[in-house]
Design a protein. Structure first.
Length: 84
C-alpha cells in the first residue's frame, strides 16, 4: 500500500494555525506578540512566491497557489507549536 501525498498550501497552513491557536483571524493570533507577527509575515512571504507568475488580480487567493512540501509543513508546524 502506498501513502498518498496530500497537497497543502500556505492558505491551508494559515487555517491550521488559526485553529491550533484558537484565533478567529490573524489579528487575534498576532496581538501583542512580535514573534507571532514575524511568523505571520513569514507565511505571507511564502504565499507571495507566485505573485509574479500569478498576480493577485488573476487569482482570488495567492496563498492557495503555493504548495508546501511535507517537510516545509512539518517545519512550520514545529515553529508554530513553539509560539503557542
Amino acid at each position: 500500500m502506498t501513502a498518498t501525498k496530500t497537497e497543502r498550501s500556505v492558505r491551508d497552513f494559515k487555517r491550521h494555525l488559526l485553529q491550533q491557536a484558537g484565533a478567529r483571524d490573524h489579528f487575534e493570533f498576532c496581538k501583542g506578540s512580535q514573534k507571532r507577527m514575524a511568523f505571520w509575515t513569514k507565511l505571507n512571504e511564502l504565499g507571495a512566491q507566485n505573485m509574479e507568475s500569478q498576480p493577485p488580480e488573476a487569482v482570488p487567493d495567492v496563498d492557495a497557489t503555493v504548495t508546501l512540501s511535507d517537510d516545509e509543513w512539518s517545519d512550520l508546524d514545529r515553529e508554530l507549536q513553539q509560539l503557542l
